[in-house]
Design a protein around this ligand. Structure first.
Ligand code: SF4
Ligand code: SF4
Length: 159
């Protein structure tokens, strides 16, 4: 007799918890409130990630194809896993002085842990985090990127 009573109690508890769960589902079905889920990938074109999202390290350029990277190499030194390689070159400025400048700022996205040490420690604020997150590729070499664009130059006023 006791086992039958326990069995019935378990059935009633099960039905009660099911009804409680259905009540929560029903509430959100008829009155969703703030929707935080995204219809990805259907909304690819309109999707805007959170401001703090770290998709990849980028080097912003302005409309004149200028960036703020001086080629100092501090980001390379700070990167804990060798994701950055700064290749610099010597250039002659308009007033005839020799000056170090960036040749290639190489970023290995496949190794990056998004720790932000490079972005935070860049003395000229040349790096940032981009919003792109669809990085899947069949060839991992495609995850090695040159952040300074072809033909780009150091922004005027950045030393
Ligand atoms: S990105 Fe910043 S820290 Fe890295 S080489 Fe350029 S100026 Fe230096
Ligand atoms: S975010 Fe961190 S791991 Fe990635 S490149 Fe910068 S310093 Fe290296």
């Amino acid at each position: 007799m006791k086992s039958i009573i326990n069995y019935l109690k378990e059935v009633i508890c099960g039905v009660w918890s099911l009804l409680k769960g259905m009540a929560v589902t029903g509430k959100y079905f008829f009155s969703p409130g703030q929707i935080v889920t995204q219809k990805y990938p259907n909304n690819r074109k309109s999707l805007v990630m959170m401001e703090r999202f770290k998709g990849e390290v980028i080097m912003p350029h302005n409309e004149k194809n200028e960036h703020k990277c001086t080629g100092c190499g501090i980001c390379e030194i700070n990167c804990p896993n060798g994701s950055i390689e700064v290749i610099s070159k010597m250039i002659t400025t308009d007033d005839g002085k020799k000056k170090k400048a960036i040749d290639k700022h190489i970023y290995r996205l496949g190794m990056c842990t998004f720790c932000a040490l490079c972005v935070k420690n860049c003395p000229s604020d040349a790096l940032a985090f981009g919003q792109e997150f669809e990085h899947a590729v069949f060839n991992r070499a495609l995850l090695i990127k040159v952040l300074n664009k072809p033909g780009s130059q150091l922004m005027k006023g950045v030393e």
